[in-house]
Design a protein around this ligand. Structure first.
Ligand code: PFF
Length: 458
């Protein structure tokens, strides 16, 4: 029977850790700090928190709900709810396609982090010279063959976990890796609080600065709230499909969003004190973690341990996200095509490896240092995949999921789903507030992201 073949979480905590593992990733440790730096910190962080609470979280609740109701991955979920020939199935398809595209370049960045972990472990990161560090990054990201091999290695790790199944693969990995990740962060935070630049870093993240803020910053915060929570492509829907019928969706979604936000803020509280202590530039852009951080560690006693800890943390964060992306694509073939997990996972993994090779070979010259070529409409494959998935696929699929959950599902079933097993979900007025936000605010927010992507705001 389909249900038995699909698998189920061992416990509610297992689901929360796995979903938080999906949410906490390169988006938190690599991307959030650098966009915060570029947008001047402070107010940008507050706008981001508002986007998480009023856009990301409501979509997450709707998405997990569709998964749990149907016990299917995205395409199957829409087929079950809207019918075999319904255009709504296209929303599920965009999700599966987004999983392929995102993982193909995500794995390339994770591969660099793997490479850096070993470079750090060999003690080769001890030069405190910025030019040497920038050159080192150029070597890692610019060496197409090396980057491809690390990308293959990272995908191999992801396949090895996902092939184990929901409980024995994904859940166990989350139970082991997530606590380790938190422990490493706490260690790094303790270290950061003792730096002389801590108060400046803290003020940068939480102070009220508006100088670098523009309309584009708001849209950047909004777009990032999708990516960081892993909503808008069916990952949360797929993870929700392994929940039991009386599991608390609202409470779990709030916990996941809080954990994700905590890690993003922790990452800033580790990175910016380091950046200020060593007189570096907070708006260093995407290379922030790959150049500034190793350089700062190089100036410390015990630099090897700190650097290995940091890059291992980046790898763990990426791994628990990558497995959710792989799970979305593999579960399509498992649910809809009847493939066994042991065939679907390696086949999807191999397809993603191939799709990622152009990104490994052509990471953008503008984004990642000199010497790498653009290959398509003036963008590298890496940038193109990131642009298409973050600006189009996630918002489109997120729009479909929220419109479907808010307008097509009917009450009292939707209300029962919201309240099932949830004390929080039964708080007076919460259900109607969520529904109102999902019906009106979320589509407007997503519409703005798309108009921004079309260049309407200049
Ligand atoms: N949330 C992940 C991060 O912040 O790195 C990225 C991600 C994972 C996006 C899974 C989408 C997804 F389905």
């Amino acid at each position: 029977m389909a249900q038995e073949r699909r698998g189920e979480w061992g416990s509610r905590l297992g689901f929360i850790l796995a979903a938080a593992g999906s949410a906490v990733g390169l988006g938190n440790v690599w991307k959030f700090p650098y966009i915060t730096g570029e947008n001047g910190g402070g107010l940008f962080v507050i706008i981001y928190l508002i986007c998480i609470a009023f856009v990301g979280l409501p979509i997450m609740i709707g998405e997990v709900m569709l998964g749990r109701m149907t016990q299917r991955a995205p395409v199957g979920a829409f087929t079950k709810l809207a019918g075999e020939t319904s255009p709504w199935r296209g929303v599920g398809w965009i999700g599966v396609a987004a999983g392929f595209v995102i993982l193909s370049y995500y794995s390339v960045v994770a591969g660099w982090a793997l490479d850096y972990t070993l470079i750090a472990a060999r003690g080769e990161m001890s030069s405190g010279d910025p030019a040497a560090m920038a050159e080192r990054f150029g070597e890692v990201a610019g060496d197409g063959l090396g980057a491809t091999l690390w990308h293959v290695a990272f995908m191999g790790l992801s396949v090895a976990i996902v092939i184990g199944g929901v409980q024995k693969g994904v859940e166990i990995a989350a139970r082991v890796l997530m606590p380790l990740l938190f422990a490493m962060f706490v260690a790094l935070l303790i270290y950061a609080t003792r730096l002389e630049g801590f108060s400046r870093g803290f003020e940068f993240v939480f102070g009220f600065h508006t100088d670098k803020l523009g309309p584009g910053s708001v849209l950047e915060a909004l777009g990032h709230s999708f990516f960081t929570l892993s909503v808008g492509m069916g990952a949360m829907l797929t993870y929700g499909s392994y929940l039991k019928r009386d599991d608390d969706i609202v409470g779990a979604s709030v916990a996941i969003a809080l954990l994700d936000t905590a890690v993003a803020l922790l990452a800033c509280l580790v990175l910016f004190p380091i950046t200020f202590t060593y007189g570096m530039e907070p708006a260093a852009g995407p290379s922030l973690v790959f150049t500034n951080i190793p350089m700062a560690f190089a100036q410390l006693p015990g630099s090897t341990i700190w650097a290995v800890t940091f890059f291992l943390l980046l790898v763990f964060a990426a791994l628990t996200s990558a497995i959710s992306l792989l799970e979305v694509t593999a579960s399509y073939f498992i649910d809809e095509r009847g493939w066994s997990r042991s065939v679907a996972v390696p086949v999807c993994g191999a397809a993603i490896v191939l799709l990622g090779i152009p990104s490994a070979l052509t990471a953008s010259s503008e984004t990642f240092g000199a010497g790498m070529e653009a290959s398509f409409i003036g963008m590298s494959w890496f940038d193109l995949f990131d642009y298409v998935s973050s600006n189009w696929m996630l918002p489109l699929c997120g729009l479909g999921i929220s419109v479907f959950a808010a307008w097509r599902l009917g009450d009292p079933e939707r209300r029962a789903q919201f309240e099932a097993g949830s004390k929080l979900g039964r708080i007076a007025g919460l259900y109607l507030t969520w529904l109102g936000v999902l019906r009106w605010l979320v589509p407007v927010g997503i519409g703005l992201i798309m108009l921004h992507a079309l260049g309407v705001f200049g």
